[in-house]
Design a protein around this ligand. Structure first.
Ligand SMILES: C[S@@+](CC[C@H](N)C(=O)[O-])C[C@H]1O[C@@H](n2cnc3c(N)ncnc32)[C@H](O)[C@@H]1O
Length: 148
């Protein structure tokens, strides 16, 4: 994990806790629609760089599971968990780590990333991301990557 990246994101979450100040909408309706339209309930989902979003809780309620939220900033995961009912929090697998160096990502049917890939600016990191995604998403699964 890059400690520099972790520090950067930890500071952002410590200062305001939301992405709205970075111009990122707090509404994740498009993500929810894409996941629920193209995949069936009981599909497994990983939310890469899930941040403080409550998307994981919403898709759990829509019947998707297991769900993993991965984020490089532990503070983001704490905020995301705190936005959900304890019973929902407990059903989600919360994973702190860098998408490029988390060894044991479980294979999934749906890979969702809204605005994390965007921050991988070198071609090496982008290629490494593609490799991780390719070996994690099951055949016939879906890759949803939102950038800005
Ligand atoms: C712009 S925020 C988007 C958060 C959320 N997906 C949303 O749409 O509200 C980007 C998120 O990606 C996380 N992140 C950045 N680089 C990452 C990496 N290499 N691995 C895992 N998470 C990362 C950050 O901590 C941050 O929570």
């Amino acid at each position: 994990m890059s400690s520099e990246s972790t520090d950067y994101w930890e500071k952002i979450y410590a200062s305001n806790g939301t992405m709205s100040s970075a111009g990122i909408s707090l509404h994740f309706g498009v993500s929810f629609e894409l996941i629920t339209q193209f995949s069936r309930p009981r599909s497994s989902v990983i939310d890469i760089g899930g941040g403080s979003s409550s998307l994981a809780g919403q898709i759990l309620l829509a019947g998707f599971r297991p769900i993993t939220v991965l984020d490089i900033a532990p503070a983001a995961l704490t905020r995301a968990r705190n936005r959900l009912e304890p019973s929902i929090q407990a059903e989600i697998n919360w994973l702190g780590g860098d998408v490029l160096s988390t060894p044991d990502l479980r294979s999934c049917d749906v890979w969702h990333d809204r605005a994390a890939f965007h921050f991988l600016t070198s071609s090496q990191d982008q290629a490494a991301y593609g490799e991780v995604a390719a070996r994690t998403v099951k055949p016939g699964g879906h890759l949803i990557v939102g950038t800005f």
